[in-house]
Design a protein around this ligand. Structure first.
Ligand code: ATP
Ligand code: MG
Length: 406
């Protein structure tokens, strides 16, 4: 059993907060683990907080209750309770070891042994623990060095760890994208390739979460390229060919780290299958469809056509589509002007509504929206300059010319 901490580090601001101090007072024996510790060590922004403790979930819950801290039993079967503090939530998980795994789920046993808990974690850099005094614990002995050197290494034998849980394949490429040095270790890639068949059994939600986190890396390209070359992309059921060259161009011109936009740059078609496979939300599905199938006018067709596109697609989609046009090979030189134009142009409001047409004598029904749309198109083609009266006059002209039998 690890008896001494590897080193002491300055207490990070998130650990010094009052709410965290109160939580630690209640729990007593608890150490932060995973992302927060790894990112603190590497001087990166810290995301969510995971706390490990030898207390059983029941004991955790009764202590939180005694301290009047709201809790959510997020994953009791694997030992996790979420404490909802004033300023953030903390996931508290009882130290555990995996007793039995079927490639997707693990049967766990609770333990009070920190070394056992470290041994069931995925990568050495994720098995670091930090206590409230600022003592950093590295039960496996190589976690700190691996994190600092960008070595994404499985805890123990890679093949065996992947066998236990196929999601770890995707987690490997994800952590490689964010923390890994290149070139990626050949042996680990081979281990991932060999067991990639098991990826087909994973749920879309879990695949989506890992893939999108990978795509949010500052430079996801080396890891993503490896993932495609290693046929992981195909084995998770995503469509080919994968337009990696488009992502290369997007990264060059797009300062954002939007996962869905990056993802859209990679797809040539197969959006529907992708949406189903990754179980994207309606909003994500809609955006992905738009980004893969819509286009904005060529740069040189004039400002009016671009304002129409901004009006029709909305600012956000226009921006997405402009960046993707460049990713697909369009001249990047005019991009910045078009983006700033789209950001600053005050989008006009169409000056008439359905009820105006009803006042003009139309019977409520589809004819109202059809006519409204015709007037709106005319208004947009005229660079949005017609005012309300002019739009009403145009509506009258359309109605007067209407085929009375149609
Ligand atoms: P992030 O910054 O993205 O939250 P993280 O390292 O905290 O990164 P989580 O997915 O939040 O990643 O998981 C928390 C910790 O739980 C990991 O650091 C790792 O120790 C462990 N863990 C998570 N998923 C697995 C898994 N599939 N197999 C083994 N250990 C895992
Ligand atoms: Mg985390």
């Amino acid at each position: 059993m690890t008896q001494t901490p590897a080193r002491r580090i300055p207490i990070p601001p998130w650990l010094a907060s009052t709410s965290i101090a109160r939580l630690l007072d209640l729990l007593g024996d608890a150490r932060f683990v995973g992302g927060a510790v790894r990112d603190t060590l590497l001087g990166r922004d810290v995301g969510d907080l995971d706390l490990a403790t030898p207390l059983t979930p029941d004991a955790v819950m009764s202590r939180l209750e005694a301290g009047n801290i709201r809790m959510v039993p997020t994953g009791l079967s694997h030992g996790t309770v979420t404490a909802v503090l004033e300023d953030r939530s903390v996931e508290i998980t009882t130290l555990r070891r995996d007793v039995e795994t079927d490639g997707r789920h693990a049967v766990v046993a609770f333990t009070d042994d920190w070394d056992e808990d470290a041994a069931r974690r995925d990568f050495t850099m994720n098995a670091l623990y930090l206590d409230r005094a600022g003592d950093l614990w590295d039960p496996l002995g190589t976690g700190i060095d691996d994190a600092q050197a960008g070595r994404v290494r499985f805890v123990g034998d890679a093949a065996a760890r992947i066998e236990e849980d196929a999601l770890r394949i995707l987690r490997f490429y994800r952590f490689q994208a964010h923390y890994g040095a290149v070139p990626i270790e050949r042996e680990t890639r081979l281990a991932c390739c060999r067991r990639a068949g098991a990826l087909g059994r994973l749920s879309g939600e879990r695949i989506r979460a890992e893939l999108f986190k990978l795509l949010e890396a500052e430079n996801p390209l080396p890891s993503l390229t490896a993932l495609v070359e290693d046929a992981i992309w195909r084995k998770i059921g995503l469509p080919e060919p994968v337009a990696l060259n488009r992502l290369v161009r997007l990264l060059r011109h797009d300062p954002g780290r939007d996962a869905l936009r990056r993802f859209a740059s990679l797809l040539k078609d197969g959006v529907t299958e992708t949406v189903m496979r990754l179980r994207l939300s309606n909003e994500e599905a809609e955006r992905l469809h738009a980004l893969v199938s819509w286009t904005i006018p060529e740069w040189n067709v004039g400002a009016v056509a671009h304002r129409r596109a901004i009006y029709e697609y909305g600012r956000r989609y226009y921006r997405d589509l402009a960046l993707l046009a460049v990713a697909r090979g369009r001249d990047p030189a005019p991009l910045a002007d078009h983006l700033s134009g789209a950001a600053s142009w005050p989008i006009p409001t169409f000056p008439i509504r359905g009820r105006d047409l009803i006042t003009l004598g139309l019977t409520p029904g589809p004819v109202v929206s059809d006519t409204l749309r015709l007037v709106e198109t005319w208004w947009a083609e005229g660079d949005f300059s017609a005012d309300r009266d002019a739009c009403l006059a145009q509506a009258r002209r359309i109605l007067a010319n209407r085929d009375p039998t149609g």
